[in-house]
Design a protein around this ligand. Structure first.
Ligand code: PMP
Length: 279
């Protein structure tokens, strides 16, 4: 495991955050999680572009731009010696005496960890995971990958306490996404997912999946759907950098169709995995 903060590498557990770090006090920052497969950062450019967008939206200036961030990531991965790993990178507004207003001459902090990728268990992939539905209690700008994850962690904890892996979020019955992944249903061989808007994170895995579908001629519809439609769908799955493509086989305790991962989910998972290995 590699730990990096503002130009320094520390051995594991040594890195400390100053009390008056704005990420710590306000959650005033943004982050990315990138998966390296076999030494290659999967959709690294797309992650960097999203980071630039997130930082820009909260008016954090990336010192040296995403070019510098890319160098930091590549150096960290190289130092780690890991070929299959997760890079967690966050940028905050920096260190300054606590005050809601932006500090004037403070430089953003960049910190990163590089950790071995833990493969999803066979059980999760082969049998699917359980999910609960949960009210989407987040703010209006979920397209920004902000450090403020309180509603997300509360929803996921609730899911876990009910023996479930993920919480699928909805606004008055209309599904947005899940607590740490994007949500999809399959109906009559068409994959349906919530359209991009300020309400959801534009998932990089979602984008990869869309491209996979375009290439393979699978219908991919960006359309709203309800909790009710999801529960009556042929298949349900979620995507994220860490979960890849995971079948959801029960929702709120009830099986989706026969409670087994569906054929379309298995197909797009296979196509997705081929892509992670080939580039
Ligand atoms: N939505 C939310 C709320 C998330 O936290 C994540 C994962 N960080 C995703 C979607 C999936 O995004 P990605 O595919 O880029 O990991």
């Amino acid at each position: 495991t590699i730990e990096y903060i503002n130009g320094k590498y520390l051995s594991s557990g040594e890195a400390a955050v100053p009390l008056e770090e704005r990420g710590h006090q306000f959650g005033d920052g943004v982050y990315e999680v990138i998966r390296y497969y076999n030494g290659h950062g999967f959709m690294l450019e797309e992650h960097l572009e999203r980071l630039e967008k997130s930082a820009g939206e909260i008016r954090i200036d990336l010192d040296g731009g995403i070019g510098r961030i890319k160098e930091i990531i590549e150096e960290g991965v190289e130092k780690s010696g890991l070929k299959d790993c997760y890079v967690y990178l966050q940028v905050t507004r920096g260190i300054a005496p606590r005050n809601h207003l932006f500090p004037k001459e403070t430089k953003p902090s960049v910190s990163m960890t590089v950790k071995p990728a833990s493969a999803l268990t066979r059980d999760m992939v082969e049998n699917g995971v359980a999910a609960v539905t949960h009210a989407d209690e987040r703010w209006a700008n979920c397209y920004i990958k902000s450090l403020n994850l309180l509603p997300n962690i509360l929803a996921k904890q609730t899911a876990s306490e009910k023996g479930c892996y993920e919480a699928i979020l909805h606004k008055d019955g209309r599904v947005t996404e899940a607590s740490s992944s994007n949500a999809f249903i399959v109906k009559d061989d068409t994959i349906i997912t919530t359209p991009l808007s300020r309400e959801i994170l534009p998932g990089i895995t979602r984008a990869a999946l869309k491209d996979v579908c375009d290439t393979a001629g699978i219908r991919f519809d960006e359309q709203h759907f309800t909790v009710r439609e999801m529960k009556q769908a042929d298949e349900v799955f979620i995507t994220s950098t860490t979960s890849e493509v995971l079948p959801v086989t029960t929702i709120d305790g009830d099986p989706v169709k026969d409670g087994k991962p569906g054929n379309m989910t298995k197909l797009v998972l296979e196509l997705f995995q081929a892509r992670t290995q080939n580039r």
